[in-house]
Design a protein. Structure first.
Length: 131
């Protein structure tokens, strides 16, 4: 399967607006990854939010599994063969992995923003020497 084939199949399935939106999200995610990696302490921030990002991916995968079963009005008992399981697990795992990869740099940026907040007024008053 060539890249042109993947784009053709994606266009047929999702349409141009959704494909462009997905490409924009992927590009923004890539730019966020590059920005965090180049920032001071970026690698440590990425490592610190790895587990929360995996948790986001797991929740999205679970939600995708439930939604997929509900949309097709089927159950896990109706998945008989290997092909049925592959067709079921591919979008579930894809959604989970995609959500984790999108959440990872976002959580790292949020961690950076929370660590750079100024001290609260009460802390500033407590830190001042008494005159």
């Amino acid at each position: 399967l060539t890249p042109a084939g993947v784009v053709g199949i994606s266009l047929a399935l999702f349409g141009l607006p959704l494909l462009l939106a997905g490409g924009a999200v992927a590009l923004l995610g890539l730019l966020a990854w590059i920005g965090i990696a180049r920032a001071e302490g970026g690698r440590a921030r990425l490592c610190a939010v790895r587990l929360p990002a995996l948790a986001v991916g797991a929740v999205v995968a679970l939600g995708m599994a439930v939604a997929l079963l509900a949309a097709t009005q089927s159950s896990l008992a109706s998945l008989n063969g290997v092909l049925d399981w592959v067709v079921f697990l591919a979008p579930v795992l894809g959604a989970g992995i995609g959500a984790a990869l999108v959440a990872w740099p976002v959580l790292a940026l949020l961690r950076r923003a929370s660590s750079q907040r100024p001290l609260s007024l009460a802390r500033e008053k407590a830190a001042r020497p008494l005159a």
